[in-house]
Ligand binder design. Structure first.
Ligand code: BEZ
Ligand code: FE
Length: 299
C-alpha cells in the first residue's frame, strides 16, 4: 500500500491505467493525467475552484446541440484548436498552405457555381475578386480541384444567422480549370463575434477579451490524391487582425484587395492567393476542425 499524497497519486493513477491495450489511448491518457495533476499542483487547486471548473464544463456540454458545438468553441478560444492545426500541418508529407479553423459555419451542399460567379446573391457592397491557382508542392497545377468557399456578408453575418437554415448564401463550390485556376466574385466580408451567449462567451468576457474574429473568407480545397486543405484568408487591415479570439490568423494567410493587372475579371479590386496542397499520405487522418453535424452522425 503506497502512501498517497498529491505527488504519488500521479504514479498510482498511471500504474492503474498501464493495462490499457490501445497504445495510443494509453499515451494520450497518461499525458493527460500527468498534465492535469501537474496543473492542479501548480495552481494549488481548491475544491471550490475544481467544482467551478466542472460546472463550466457541464454548462459547455449542455450548450451543445445538433447545430452548436460549444466544446470546439472552448478549444478554439483556448488556442488548442490552433495547436492541433499547426501539428496537423507539420505531419504533412510536404509543406502546403497553412491550415486555419474550419469553424461552425461550414455547410455541405453549397451551390456548384461556374468560375467567375458571385457567391453573394444580392450584394449591396462593392464586388471584389478572389483568384489564384491550386497547385501541388512543386507548383504544378491541380485541375478540377474542388474549392469550397464561405464567408459572412458585409455586415458580419453568415447565411444561417441572417436568414434561416434553408437559405444558402455567401458560399459556393468551384472547380479549378485545366490550369488549376480558380476565380470568383464576392463582397468583402465583415469581421464578427463568436457566439457570446453561452458559457464560452461568459468565460471570454470574464477574461476581458473582445470575442471578435477579423474579416475572413473560408476555403476548403480537395483534389484527388492530395491532402484536404482547410484554411481561410484574412484581410490585413481589419482592426482585430492581431487579436483573433480563436487564433486562426497566421502571417501567411493575410491578404488585401487591390488592383492586380492579371486579375481574370478586370476593373475590380482583387486578391490573388495561390494554394498549395501536399500529396496525400496514410497519416492524413481527420479534418482540421469539424462541424456539429458530424458529431450527430457519429452517435
Ligand atoms: C468561424 O470562422 O466561422 C469561426 C471559427 C471558430 C469559432 C467561431 C467561428
Ligand atoms: Fe468564419
Amino acid at each position: 500500500m503506497i502512501d498517497l499524497d498529491e505527488n504519488t497519486v500521479t504514479d498510482a493513477t498511471l500504474a492503474q491505467m498501464s493495462t490499457t491495450s490501445d497504445p495510443r489511448l494509453k499515451e494520450l491518457m497518461d499525458a493527460a493525467v500527468r498534465h492535469m495533476h501537474a496543473f492542479a499542483r501548480e495552481v494549488n487547486l481548491t475544491p471550490a475552484e475544481w467544482l467551478t471548473g466542472i460546472s463550466i464544463l457541464t454548462q459547455v456540454g449542455k450548450a451543445c446541440t445538433d447545430v452548436r458545438q460549444e466544446f470546439i468553441l472552448l478549444s478554439d478560444v483556448l488556442g488548442l484548436s490552433a495547436v492541433v492545426n499547426a501539428l496537423h500541418d507539420k505531419k504533412a508529407k510536404e509543406l502546403g498552405t497553412q491550415s486555419s479553423l474550419l469553424g461552425p459555419f461550414f455547410r455541405e451542399g453549397a451551390p456548384e457555381l461556374p468560375l467567375g460567379a458571385n457567391i453573394v446573391r444580392n450584394h449591396t457592397a462593392p464586388e471584389i475578386v478572389l483568384y489564384g491557382r491550386v497547385t501541388d508542392n512543386n507548383s504544378n497545377p491541380l485541375p478540377n480541384a474542388l474549392v469550397q468557399v464561405w464567408q459572412t456578408d458585409e455586415h458580419g453575418w453568415y447565411d444561417v444567422q441572417a436568414h434561416d437554415d434553408a437559405h444558402m448564401d455567401m458560399r459556393g463550390n468551384f472547380r479549378t480549370d485545366a490550369h488549376g485556376n480558380y476565380y470568383f466574385r464576392t463582397v468583402r466580408p465583415l469581421g464578427y463575434s463568436i457566439p457570446m451567449d453561452g458559457p464560452v462567451g461568459r468565460l471570454v468576457k470574464m477574461q476581458g477579451r473582445h470575442g471578435m474574429r477579423p474579416s475572413h473568407v473560408h476555403m476548403l480545397i480537395t483534389a484527388s490524391g492530395y491532402r484536404e486543405l482547410v484554411s481561410a484568408l484574412y484581410f490585413g487591415d481589419d482592426p482585430n487582425i492581431g487579436s483573433d479570439t480563436v487564433f486562426g490568423v497566421s502571417a501567411s494567410l493575410v491578404i488585401d484587395a487591390k488592383d492586380n493587372a492579371d486579375c481574370p475579371i478586370p476593373g475590380l479590386k482583387s486578391v490573388r492567393y495561390d494554394f498549395r496542397l501536399p500529396r496525400a499520405a496514410d497519416n492524413d487522418t481527420g479534418r482540421v476542425g469539424a462541424d456539429p453535424a458530424s458529431f450527430k452522425a457519429a452517435e
